[in-house]
Structures are given as C-alpha cells and as structure tokens.
Design a protein around this ligand. Structure first.
Ligand SMILES: [Fe+2]
Length: 124
C-alpha cells in the first residue's frame, strides 16, 4: 500500500500530494512536507468525520465543527483513493463540510488546519 505525502508552499499556501517522497517547489522556494500529526489542536474540532450516506461520502471536520476564521480555519480536505484523490478547498467563513461522490473508493480522509496541521481519519 502506498503512503501519501502532502507538500505546502510556505509563500502562497498551494498544496500538492505524491505517492513517493518528492522535492516540489513553488514561488521560488521548496515546499514544506506536512506531517500527519496531532499538533496541539483539539481532536473534537479537527478529526474529519467521514460517513457514507446515500452512496456518497459526507465529511465534516470536527464532531464540534472547526471554526472558519481568516487566521484559523480548515484550508482543505483530501479524500485519498487507491489511484489518487480529490481535494475540497475552503475559504474563510466557509464551513468545513463536503461531499465526495466517489466515496466508495475512498481509503482515508485528511484535513488541514492552518494553525494545527494535518489530521487523518479512516473512512467509516
Ligand atoms: Fe485548528
């Protein structure tokens, strides 16, 4: 089974993923690798809650919904599949809830908080 790696640009915040370690660059700088660690944030506000309902995968970030403020928000959710994955991006003020129509193929779901880092859950 492949491991997934996420990289984020320290300048513009763009994100890419790869199934092998890489050295991507953006804005003239090396992109930073994101670790799937619990980096000080509350589990109940960061761990993605992913559930199959009516044939689609519904994801909410946090059993207690994560805030969506300019300085503290979920920037994106990624649904990992065997062959790749899909991002959903959120701007300030947008609740971190989304749907993936290819939910049956999803293995893991990741959420990235701009203060508390990368969080991962297995699909339920
Ligand atoms: Fe957070």
């Amino acid at each position: 089974m492949s491991k997934i790696f996420f990289y984020r640009c320290p300048v513009c915040g763009s994100v890419v993923f790869a199934f092998a370690e890489a050295s991507p660059a953006c804005c003239g700088r090396d992109m930073e690798i994101l670790k799937d660690t619990l980096s000080g944030g509350a589990v109940d506000r960061h761990l993605p809650d992913a559930r199959m309902e009516d044939g689609v995968l519904k994801v909410t970030v946090g059993i207690n919904l994560h805030p969506s403020l300019p300085g503290h928000r979920i920037e994106w959710v990624f649904a990992e599949t065997v062959s790749g994955g899909e991002f959903r991006f959120f701007g300030p003020g947008e609740e971190p809830r989304c749907v993936f129509s290819q939910g049956t193929k999803v293995k893991n779901v990741y959420a990235f908080c701009n203060l508390h880092g990368l969080w991962k859950c297995m699909k339920t």
